[in-house]
Design a protein around this ligand. Structure first.
Ligand SMILES: NC(=O)C1=CN([C@@H]2O[C@H](COP(=O)(O)OP(=O)(O)OC[C@H]3O[C@@H](n4cnc5c(N)ncnc54)[C@H](O)[C@@H]3O)[C@@H](O)[C@H]2O)C=CC1
Ligand SMILES: O=C(O)C1=N[C@H](C(=O)O)C[C@H](O)C1
Length: 257
């Protein structure tokens, strides 16, 4: 017997939120029950019986939204950027509290993904695999100029994965003789330099550059339209209800082995 999942969208008036509303409305197994945006309270009454709330809001609001969604007894799928170890830790702790009273396997889940696009998830996965073989690695992310945060969540996630793979392989710091103008070398994310471009006409793009003596590898992905994120968002909505606890990254849901 198939069941219909009820979905609420937070940030429903935004670029991503509006696209998610259309995608949910177009899916036979999902029902859009609430569209919330800035100024709307997030509680059991405004979530209107949603099984899953999808958050595409702003970095300054997303964590509070997730706690409110959990307090209302719903699962959460989060695409908003701005998460760090501390905020993820608080959500894990909250999930532990709400799930301790629930039967095994029926706990609430939160799935946070810096990027729901298949090309971006694959680019990050390939970059993590390549990282151990190269002396140098840098990340360039390119976005529309209305984006409020830099570097992008995707670039941070990518750089952290590259740094982790380098460290596990015993690689040390990358060669870099820069003495002056360090500010032109981009942000330092776990020792990996990340450069952010903001340009009218762009949507969301990322390049991961690897270098050795005499060779270079460039991994690039381009999201030309926000509909490209929708298969990943809908997959996350369907998966999160059977994944109690915190999941970070769509790569954990896709079969990438
Ligand atoms: N994970 C992914 O695949 C993707 C993530 N993003 C991220 O999603 C977030 C949203 O991006 P856009 O839609 O482009 O931004 P946007 O600025 O178009 O939309 C944000 C919306 O959130 C609303 N909002 C602000 N505070 C709120 C609150 N407290 N409660 C409810 N709504 C609130 C705003 O009024 C606005 O309508 C950003 O952090 C962006 O980086 C964007 C694209 C893909
Ligand atoms: O703001 C955006 O547009 C995007 N934000 C996410 C990020 O910061 O990584 C995902 C994607 O890059 C689009």
């Amino acid at each position: 017997m198939s069941t219909t999942l009820k979905v609420a969208v937070l940030g429903a008036a935004g670029r991503m939120g509006a696209t998610v509303c259309r995608a949910v409305e177009g899916a036979d197994d999902l029902e859009l029950v609430a569209r919330l945006d800035a100024g709307d309270p997030v509680d059991a009454s405004t979530l209107a019986g949603a099984d899953v709330a999808v958050d595409f809001t702003v970095p300054s609001a997303t964590e509070a939204n997730v706690h409110a969604v959990l307090d209302a007894g719903a699962h959460a799928v989060v695409g908003t950027t701005g998460w760090d170890d501390a905020s993820r830790g608080r959500v894990t702790e909250h999930l532990g509290r709400v799930n301790s009273g629930r039967p095994d396997g029926q706990g609430l889940g939160v799935l946070i993904a810096p990027n729901f696009g298949l090309s971006a998830v694959l680019a990050m996965t390939f970059a993590a695999k390549a990282a151990r073989y190269f002396e140098s690695a840098e990340v360039i992310e390119l976005h529309h100029p209305d984006k409020v945060d830099a570097p992008s969540g995707t670039a941070r996630h990518t750089a952290a994965a590259v740094a982790r793979a380098r460290s596990e392989a015993g690689l040390t710091a990358m060669p870099d003789a820069t003495e002056s103008g360090v500010e032109a070398r981009g942000a330092d994310v776990d020792g990996v330099r990340v450069h952010a471009v903001r340009l009218r006409g762009l949507v969301a793009h990322e390049e991961i550059l690897f270098g050795n003596v005499g060779e270079q590898l460039v991994i690039r992905q381009d999201s030309f339209d926000r509909v490209s994120f929708m298969p990943g968002v809908l997959l996350a909505v369907r998966e999160v209800v059977s994944r109690p606890g915190l999941t970070v990254g769509l790569e954990n849901v896709l079969d990438l082995s």
